[in-house]
Design a protein around this ligand. Sequence first.
Ligand SMILES: Cc1cc2nc3c(=O)[nH]c(=O)nc-3n(C[C@H](O)[C@H](O)[C@H](O)COP(=O)(O)OP(=O)(O)OC[C@H]3O[C@@H](n4cnc5c(N)ncnc54)[C@H](O)[C@@H]3O)c2cc1C
Length: 381
Amino acid sequence: MQQHGGDVIVIGAGLIGLSLAFELAERGAAVRVYDRGEPARAASWAGAGMLAPYTERITNEALLRLCEESLRDYPAFVRRVADAGGVDAHLRLDGVVYAAFDSQEFLSLQRHAAALRARGIECEVLDRAGALKGEPWLGPSVTGALSKKQEGFVDNRRLGRALVAACEARGVSVERSHSIAMECDARRALGVRTERGFIPGGVVVNACGAWAARLVGVPASCVPPVEPVKGQMIALGVPTGFVRRATWVPGAYLVPRDDGRLLIGATVESSGFDERATAGGIHALLDAALTAAPALGDFTMTESWAGLRPGTPDGLPVLGPTPLANFFLATGHYRNGILLAPATARSIADAVESGDVSRLETFALARFGTEGVSLSRMTHA
Ligand SMILES: Cc1cc2nc3c(=O)[nH]c(=O)nc-3n(C[C@H](O)[C@H](O)[C@H](O)COP(=O)(O)OP(=O)(O)OC[C@H]3O[C@@H](n4cnc5c(N)ncnc54)[C@H](O)[C@@H]3O)c2cc1C
């Protein structure tokens, strides 16, 4: 680390904090990660693992470019992580399908395909027969589909385990501590205080996901305006290969796993830090999935859960330095934190290592002004 001396302390062991710790360690930094809970649980465990910026229809150009960079990085990132720690994260980049169920939606998919092709993105519009040939489980009312070839998914739970193993293999200490507070003087971050005492750090990074605004010891000018946005999901047990590619239908998406689980997600709810899966949420997901594909009704529901996405007022992450020297933010990734893990790790590591924040301007905390942002002003699509 040239710019900042001493250890780097990352607070938060989700996919964002762990990916950054791994990247920094591979560049030669001494890194400690602290989490008050189990590493790689929280949103990073709860997510669907989709790597699908085009299907998500991200409209902010800077965010779309960061997502594209991350998507391109993914194969090498997963390989580096597996080489270090020995756990493969099951990356599959063989396309994501968006299925339409009326002529209006099919027209909209055709327009979207034209816009994507103009951007150089390979995609295929499928008529009804083509959609059913690729994904025969779709119900009889499907009218067509759009397949985006570069997109796909990763098994995010496996990626979490893979990153913990890779971090440990690269000498990163991943520690659990019930009470963690940042310590600083008027100008700079000094380290963290845990129940075991004060640990000095040359750099401190807040990677606390949906809880990033609640990290203790942070001056008001450095608090990111992050709020939790709940997502509920369920899993069905289906024969392996029943659903071939991640598929969006109205009101839900379906993502297959190699172990036969079919994930169905996700609700989008502003309900504070409530992490319960509810009857209403599960009903909404099943209703959307079974309307699109009645054949799914025969399978067992094996799991239900909920997680908290780190949302921000403008839907963009908060990345980079703060008014406090040596204190960085890597949070606010909302619906795309799994996708954005490799690019976030690289760009925050660049900022920590050499002070290069040129790629992070759009995502700077400063965009919210120095007075801070009223969290109640936040809206979520
Ligand atoms: C239902 C659902 C579906 C999703 N689907 C996708 C998807 O398909 N694709 C995609 O790219 N993204 C998806 N996301 C979003 C993605 O999961 C998140 O953006 C991403 O996981 C955020 O990672 P993170 O590391 O910032 O946060 P988290 O994974 O939440 O980790 C934050 C960590 O910080 C720790 N922490 C918090 N406060 C403190 C503190 N004070 N001290 C110490 N530790 C602390 C927590 O214990 C936790 O371990 C989904 C999210 C949900 C909920």
